[in-house]
Design a protein around this ligand. Structure first.
Ligand code: ASP
Length: 366
C-alpha cells in the first residue's frame, strides 16, 4: 500500500512537471530589429565646413545633381538584382569622374604639385578587401582597389607598384591616364592658398608677438579652403542577397608631403564591410580616423556590444572622435537596411536610397 501511494505521488509529480516544462508561447523579443529595407545604398562626397551661407545656388545645384546621379546609378544596379559590390564601384566612379569631389578628376594637390590617389574596397560576404595608396596614373582608383582584392594575393598596394599593377592588368575598366588628367584649377589654387598661408604662419612664428593667424581666419570663412582639404567620396550598399559592400576613394589632403597616406585606403579606418554587422565609409581628417579605427570600431560595437547602427556611429563619431579632436563623418548601413549618415563637421555631402526608391540628399547639418 505504501509503495502504491508512493507510485501515485510520483506519477502526479511527473505530470505536474510535464505541464510546467511545456514550451512557453514563443514571444518575439521587443527589440529585434526588423528588415527596414530589402536593399539600400548610401554615399558621401566628403565632410567639412560646408555652410549654406557660403554656397552659391548654382554650386548647390551641381552637388545635388551629381550626388543624385551617383546614388541612382548604384540604386539601379541593386534594384535589378545586381551585387552590392557592383553598385559601390559604379556609384563611386560617377563621383571620381566629377571635378566636384576630391577623388579621381578633381583630386587635391600634394605639396609637390601632383595628384596622388588612395582608395579601398571591401566585400562584407567574405571579408575580402583591396586597396591602393599613392597611385598617380589610374583614372578610377576604386576599380583598381577592387582588382587588388580579386586579382592579387594582397590587400594594399602602393605608389609605383600599384600603378604598375594597374598597367599590367590591361583591363579596359582600369584606364591609365597621365597625371595631368586630374588637374582642376580650383584644386590648384587651393594648393597655392595653403602654401601662401603656410609661409605666412612660418613668418609669424619668427615674430615675438604672433597675431591671430590668417590661416585660422581663412579656415573659418572660406568653404573652399576646407573643401580643398576634404571631399573624399564613399559608398556602402546592401543588395537583395543580403550582401554588404563598401568603398572609399580620395586625393587625400591638400599639400600632403613625404608620401603621406590617410585613412581612405586603410581597411578598418576608411572602409569596412561585414555582412554580420554593417558597412562603413569614412571621410575627414585621416590621421584621427586611423588612430580611432573608425570603420572597424563601428562594426565591432555592433558585433561585440550589441549596439544598433545609429548608436555605434554616434558613439564613434560624436564621442570617441570628438574627444580625440578628430573631425569628419561616415556613411554606414547594416544588414537590416538601416542607414546612418553621421558627422561632427558643419556639413557632409551625402545621399541615401532605399528599396522604395525614396531619395534623401543632404549637405548641411540639418
Ligand atoms: N580622409 C581623407 C584623408 O585624410 C580626407 C577626406 O576624407 O577628405 O586622406
Amino acid at each position: 500500500m505504501k509503495n502504491l501511494l508512493f507510485l501515485v505521488a510520483l506519477v502526479f509529480m511527473i505530470s505536474c512537471q510535464d505541464q510546467n516544462s511545456e514550451a512557453p508561447e514563443a514571444v518575439e523579443p521587443t527589440n529585434t530589429p526588423e528588415q527596414t529595407s530589402e536593399f539600400a545604398i548610401v554615399i558621401h562626397g566628403g565632410a567639412g565646413t560646408i555652410l549654406k551661407e557660403n554656397m552659391t545656388p548654382e554650386l548647390e545645384k551641381e552637388y545635388n545633381a551629381k550626388l543624385t546621379e551617383a546614388i541612382q546609378t548604384g540604386h539601379e544596379i541593386l534594384k535589378n538584382g545586381g551585387s552590392s559590390m557592383d553598385a559601390v564601384e559604379a556609384a563611386i566612379r560617377v563621383m571620381e569622374d566629377s571635378p566636384l569631389f576630391n577623388s579621381g578628376k578633381g583630386a587635391v594637390f600634394t605639396h609637390d604639385g601632383i595628384n596622388s590617389l588612395d582608395a579601398s574596397f571591401m566585400d562584407g560576404a567574405t571579408l575580402n578587401a583591396g586597396a591602393v595608396a599613392g597611385v598617380t596614373t589610374v583614372k578610377n582608383p576604386i576599380s583598381l582597389a577592387r582588382k587588388v582584392m580579386t586579382d592579387s594575393e594582397h590587400v594594399l598596394l602602393s605608389g609605383d607598384g600599384a600603378d604598375a599593377f594597374a598597367k599590367a592588368l590591361q583591363d579596359p575598366n582600369i584606364e591609365i591616364v597621365s597625371n595631368s588628367y586630374f588637374y582642376t584649377e580650383n584644386r590648384f589654387k587651393g594648393l597655392q592658398r595653403v602654401l601662401e598661408k603656410e609661409a605666412e604662419m612660418e613668418a609669424e612664428k619668427q615674430m615675438t608677438e604672433p597675431k591671430t593667424t590668417a590661416l585660422r581666419q581663412l579656415e573659418l570663412k572660406d568653404p573652399y579652403f576646407n573643401d580643398s582639404k576634404y571631399g573624399t567620396v564613399g559608398c556602402v550598399a546592401l543588395d537583395k542577397n543580403g550582401n554588404i559592400a563598401a568603398g572609399t576613394s580620395t586625393g587625400g589632403m591638400t599639400n600632403k608631403k613625404y608620401g603621406r597616406i590617410g585613412d581612405a585606403p586603410i581597411i578598418g579606418s576608411g572602409t569596412y564591410a561585414n555582412n554580420a554587422t554593417c558597412g562603413v565609409s569614412s571621410t575627414g581628417h585621416g590621421e584621427y580616423f586611423i588612430r580611432a579605427q573608425v570603420a572597424y570600431d563601428i562594426s565591432a560595437l555592433i558585433e561585440y556590444s550589441g549596439l544598433t547602427l545609429k548608436e555605434a556611429t554616434d558613439k564613434v563619431i560624436q564621442d570617441k572622435l570628438v574627444k580625440l579632436g578628430g573631425t569628419g563623418g561616415v556613411v554606414a548601413l547594416d544588414h537590416y537596411g538601416n542607414v546612418s549618415m553621421d558627422f561632427n563637421t558643419p556639413g557632409m555631402y551625402r545621399a541615401m536610397m532605399n528599396d522604395k526608391g525614396d531619395l534623401i540628399v543632404g549637405m548641411y547639418k540639418d
